[in-house]
Design a protein around this ligand. Structure first.
Ligand SMILES: NC(=O)c1ccc[n+]([C@@H]2O[C@H](COP(=O)([O-])OP(=O)(O)OC[C@H]3O[C@@H](n4cnc5c(N)ncnc54)[C@H](OP(=O)(O)O)[C@@H]3O)[C@@H](O)[C@H]2O)c1
Length: 296
């Protein structure tokens, strides 16, 4: 069982969910079934991950009731624009095999001349929300100035901003802004996966091997992954750790049996390098990042 976070429209979401970025489409149903068996009740996928159908299949195979699982997916930038984004909902819901999504978010901001296309995409999310097709809407990888523009020009405050947050990139300025605006900080790469993904080149430092995190883990008879997840949860963030490994899937949800002290939380905060591992969101554009999203 996990605790829940209440979004700014009153909808609740489990604090610990399960992510499927880089989970191969043909392994996704098994991975999601394993996660649901382990007790997860929140799944984060995306049109761009090409595995929404596997998520739906895993949910059906698990036998867990649809209404007991919080499903989140993301619209890719190629599908931005008012009509295209309304249709992106149909594609996602069709692949997942559901009538309603719990949370639908814009995967990336757009910049410069393309900004208005992202604003139109968000207007479509507002329509889907008003029509009851989705229970909450939000964004991902938005920087403070992207949020400012959105709030100036649109009506609904995003329920979440899903952004890179881990011990080596705490994203402190953005987190304060989220708190002030009532936006839930949803941490991607909550374990610092971007610092050690296999096959992505050596980034020099892996959060999993960090000495401070290791020491705190030993003090609680926990693992480094559990300590990182506990750090997020205690500071009010929602997390979506990804694993295709059954033992790790179980490990990552077992974070409610210990508590970090203020000193330990601060020691992890102090590991922040201020440097993101992922791409700079102010460079995202529809030419270099184009990707066709197939029909359901
Ligand atoms: N919005 C965005 O732009 C964006 C970007 C990136 C990610 N995300 C979302 O955030 C989710 C999580 O982020 P992420 O996948 O980047 O990183 P993550 O969850 O921090 O780390 C995933 C990596 O850690 C390994 N791992 C998982 N649990 C472990 C444990 N207990 N001990 C040791 N290693 C462990 C996994 O390996 P195995 O799978 O081999 O076990 C995988 O290589 C994604 O799946 C996706 O849903 C969103």
């Amino acid at each position: 069982m996990t605790t829940t976070i209440t979004l700014n429209n009153g909808v609740t979401m489990p604090s610990v969910g399960y992510g499927v970025f880089q989970t191969p489409p043909d392994e996704t149903a098994t991975a999601v079934h394993t996660a649901l068996d382990a007790g997860y009740r929140m799944i984060d996928t995306a049109a761009a991950y090409a595995n929404e159908a596997g998520v739906g299949e895993g949910l059906r195979r698990s036998g867990v009731a649809r209404e007991d699982v919080f499903l989140e997916t993301k619209v890719w930038i190629t599908d931005y624009g008012y009509d295209a984004t309304l249709h992106a909902f149909d594609k996602a819901a069709g692949k997942l095999g559901v009538d309603q999504l719990d949370l639908l978010i814009l995967h990336q901001p757009l910049n410069g001349d393309e900004e208005s296309i992202a604003l139109e995409a968000y207007r479509a999310l507002e329509t889907l929300l008003a029509d009851g097709k989705v229970r909450a809407i939000g964004v991902s990888n938005f920087l403070p100035h992207h949020l400012d523009r959105l709030l100036d020009l649109r009506d609904v405050v995003p329920a979440v901003n899903q952004v890179e947050i881990h011990p080596y990139f705490r994203n402190t300025e953005l987190l304060s802004k989220h708190d002030a605006l009532g936006i839930v900080s949803q941490a991607w790469s909550p374990l610092g996966g971007i610092t050690f993904y296999p096959g992505w080149g050596d980034k020099g430092r892996s959060t999993l091997d960090d000495a401070t995190i290791g020491e705190i883990a030993r003090a609680h008879d926990a693992t480094p992954a559990q300590v990182m997840l506990r750090w997020h949860v205690q500071q009010g963030r929602q997390v979506i750790p990804k694993s295709v490994t059954p033992a790790r899937i179980a490990e990552n949800i077992a974070v409610f049996g210990f508590e970090l002290s203020e000193r330990e939380l601060e020691a992890i905060d102090a590991l922040d390098t201020g440097t993101r591992g992922g791409p700079d969101p102010s460079t995202v554009n529809r030419t270099d990042w184009a990707r066709e999203i197939p029909e359901a």
